[in-house]
Design a protein around this ligand. Structure first.
Ligand code: CTP
Ligand code: CA
Length: 227
């Protein structure tokens, strides 16, 4: 009976999470993407909801079902994700961007299936917006902003640069060359880098456990901005 009266640790907070890959089409049946499963972002959204937060989960295409008790927004492209995130970010207390957003998209999308010819095919790719950097540029002091970094080399240097450039409170750095990390796994071995230059190397954990560690840190930061 006591337990139901105890406020949950993220009660009254709005948490925005991005998840999954994006699909960038060049015709109605073909697109550029990456192997992101969405598992890390879904684990974060479910855990934040379990802690009492109001959660908006903005996800690219995944095989995962809409989690109960939170708002799932399904998008396909980086441009769609950017629009939905911009709408929701202003009222969020916490924003965690784990989506593997495509950095480029085909400049043109053919209205019909592209037919093969005997010549080679060239697809010109143009930049998508950096959704996280956009949110970081307008971030308020009372908001907590968390990003991910997916790297295959120079993990600490690259992740530190992203942390600074995108105005993050901390960044979760993923070495994609390590077994048991990153795309499609149920586990993740990450380092968490903060603005003070601290590096926390976590052991290989389930994505659910990584989500708990991330949200524990978020709660610590929220206690600071709330006072
Ligand atoms: N991100 C984003 N929008 C993009 C690209 C990335 O919001 N168009 C976010 C990701 O969700 C992640 C962070 O930025 O939280 C870092 O993504 P990552 O791909 O590691 O870094 P990039 O800044 O895209 O740089 P690069 O891919 O060249 O390493
Ligand atoms: Ca990228």
């Amino acid at each position: 009976a006591v337990r139901v009266l105890t406020p949950k640790s993220l009660q009254g907070k709005r948490v925005l999470v991005t998840a999954g890959p994006t699909w960038e089409p060049f015709d109605p049946v073909r697109f550029i993407t990456n192997p992101s499963s969405g598992k890390m972002g879904f684990a974060l959204a479910v855990e934040a909801s379990r802690r009492g937060a109001h959660v908006d989960l903005v996800t690219g295409p995944t095989n995962l079902l809409d989690p109960p008790f939170l708002s799932t927004h399904r998008v396909k492209t980086a441009l769609e994700m950017d629009r939905v995130v911009r709408d929701l970010a202003a009222t969020a207390d916490v924003i965690v961007m784990s989506a593997a957003v495509s950095d480029y998209r085909p400049e043109e999308t053919a209205p019909q299936k592209v037919k093969k010819s005997d010549r080679d095919l060239t697809i010109r790719l143009i930049r998508t917006p950096d959704i996280l950097a956009g949110v970081g540029a307008v971030k308020r002091a009372d908001q907590v902003l968390v990003g991910f970094a997916a790297e295959t080399e120079n993990l600490i240097e690259n992740a530190t640069e992203k942390l600074r450039k995108k105005n993050l409170d901390f960044i979760v750095a993923n070495d994609l060359t390590r077994p048991g990390s990153g795309f499609r796994c149920d586990t993740n071995q990450v380092k968490i880098l903060d603005r003070g230059g601290q590096v926390d190397t976590l052991p290989c954990l389930t994505k659910n456990e990584v989500a708990r560690r991330i949200l524990d840190r978020v709660e610590t930061l929220l206690q600071k901005v709330d006072h």
